[in-house]
Ligand binder design. Sequence first.
Ligand SMILES: [Zn+2]
Ligand SMILES: [Zn+2]
Length: 230
Amino acid sequence: MVYRHFSRFLSRHLTRCLLCSAACPHPSGICGPCQADLPALHHACDLCALPLPDGASRCPHCLRRPPAFTRARAAWHYSFPVGQLIHNFKYRGDRVAGRALARLAAERLMPVAEPPDLLVPIPLHWRRYWHRGFNQAQLIAAVFGHQWQIPVMPRLLRKRTATNTQQQLNRGRRLGNLRESFIASKKVRGLRIGLIDDVITTGATLEAAAQELLNSGAVEVSAFALCRVS
Ligand SMILES: [Zn+2]
Ligand SMILES: [Zn+2]
């Protein structure tokens, strides 16, 4: 009993905020004032989460051709300091940063109406997985699944081809690059699936993964990410 009080005292007073180093009682590891300063994504396309000016509800891409997924949601803009925390998480193995963002994003993105039956992280190709040692989307999906009480199936999707880095390609080129690059290991007939990724860049990765899940019988695919590139 005494020990429990003592360890609670220690964790409250010795845990430091990841961003400002102040004493941080919040379980995410990011203090209240720093959370308020994160670049929240308030106005975005209903379908693909692209940041939009106030008032607009669909981006030009989705007006022209709606995506295969029903909707995508992201907690923040891909900008400072979220971008740096994600970079440290993915490329320097800073799982504390990844878990902190995932916990806060889970609070912001909690699905209220018709939650998914199953969460599925976007997979890495085995070669990249081997190089990195972990899949960042899988860690995020585990946190979301825990907080939303939704089962996670980390190996439902497999990445068939090692696509080159997508950053330099436009949306059309990315889609061509990714077509049929995901394979579902089993049928998901009648299920609503929530795809999980760290960053939505153009939506092309989600589009390819959603298409494969719909081909495998899913009735609906939605997507949740930490942040969205403008
Ligand atoms: Zn702070
Ligand atoms: Zn859109």
